[in-house]
Design a protein. Structure first.
Length: 322
């Protein structure tokens, strides 16, 4: 007689701060369901179905890729645990949600009537003022430069340190001297291209490398950049949800698109953690799975979600009174 699996009520799950959670999943060719009170994903191997547990209390975000389905019961348990869900294409890109396909990174946020309002109220106090919103955007980009400077040396690669420091100093001066959002966006784009060039020369040294448009990546470095960026967007969306900030209240990206704040939040850690790993993995000949695992490990090692949440909190608490 088959032993009945004990049910585990979701109320018995121990709460883990989102910033301390360890798991971020990309799943494909599987079904996500509730089995014995646990959220699991099921893969088929011949005539057998293999069940793998998802520790939802220690998970920040799940990307569901090609050939996946999810049950209503699983969505209910994931929402209770505060797990962000994103539907994506193969390899984690592009990102879909429901019936929409938006570049603006539309994740399905867990529904709750008890999200905090403190940071949203502070955010709204400055968001409708163009000058204060520009100050917040500059401060976010300044934090981005500091994170790059701190974490690039922690990767196992050889790059010109002095050249990076000079690049970051010039970018900082340029960011501080712009007078509008469009100029800041342009300066930010120039910085990113220079970072790509620096990382390219330090690793694969491909003279023909250029950043391809999203979803049209052929070479490994571009594919890894796309994939890793969407993982970063998952963390960005999670950080916004934890603080109760709607994705439409962007301070730099996509002011007219409802997912812009996810881009802003991901910017804080994207070039510091995804970019180096993408080029290092391309040089090493890593598979998509190898790169994804390395990227997720770096997020945990460097406490990426902590950095995103702390930065957004600081912007909310200080910019409104500036």
């Amino acid at each position: 007689m088959k032993r009945k699996t004990p049910q585990i009520p979701s109320t018995e799950l121990k709460t883990i701060l989102h910033s301390k959670r360890a798991n971020l999943y990309y799943l494909e060719h599987c079904r996500v369901l509730v089995n014995g009170g646990r959220v699991e994903y099921v893969t088929d191997q011949g005539s057998q179905s293999l069940y793998w547990n998802i520790p939802i209390a220690n998970t920040t975000c799940i990307l569901l890729g090609t050939g996946t389905s999810i049950t209503q019961a699983a969505m209910r348990e994931l929402a209770k645990a505060g797990v962000m869900i994103g539907f994506s294409g193969g390899g984690g890109t592009p990102l879909f949600a429901g019936t929409e396909a938006e570049i603006a990174c539309e994740f399905l946020s867990p529904q709750s009537e008890y999200r905090p309002t403190e940071y949203l109220q502070k955010w709204c106090q400055f968001w409708f003022n163009d000058d204060k919103r520009l100050v917040a955007a500059k401060n976010l980009q300044t934090q981005r430069l500091m994170v790059i400077q701190k974490f690039w040396p922690k990767f196992e690669w050889d790059y010109p340190h002095e050249q990076l420091l000079a690049l970051l100093e010039n970018a900082s001066n340029e960011f501080n001297n712009v007078n509008d959002h469009q100029s800041l966006l342009t300066a930010e784009a120039r910085l990113t291209l220079k970072l790509y060039a620096l990382a390219n020369r330090a690793t694969i040294n491909d003279s023909d490398f250029s950043r391809s448009s999203r979803g049209n990546s052929i070479d490994p470095a571009n594919r890894f950049l796309d994939h890793g960026n969407y993982l970063a967007y998952g963390l960005g969306a999670t950080g916004c949800w934890v603080l109760g900030l709607p994705h439409g209240l962007a301070i730099l990206h996509g002011k007219t698109r409802r997912g812009g704040l996810v881009f802003d939040a991901a910017d804080i850690i994207k070039d510091a953690m995804v970019l180096p790993q993408a080029f290092i993995s391309a040089q090493s000949g890593d598979s998509e799975s190898d790169f994804r695992q390395a990227c997720i490990s770096q997020f945990a090692r460097f406490e990426a979600l902590d950095i995103i949440i702390d930065t957004l909190k600081q912007l909310a608490l200080t910019t409104h009174s500036a």
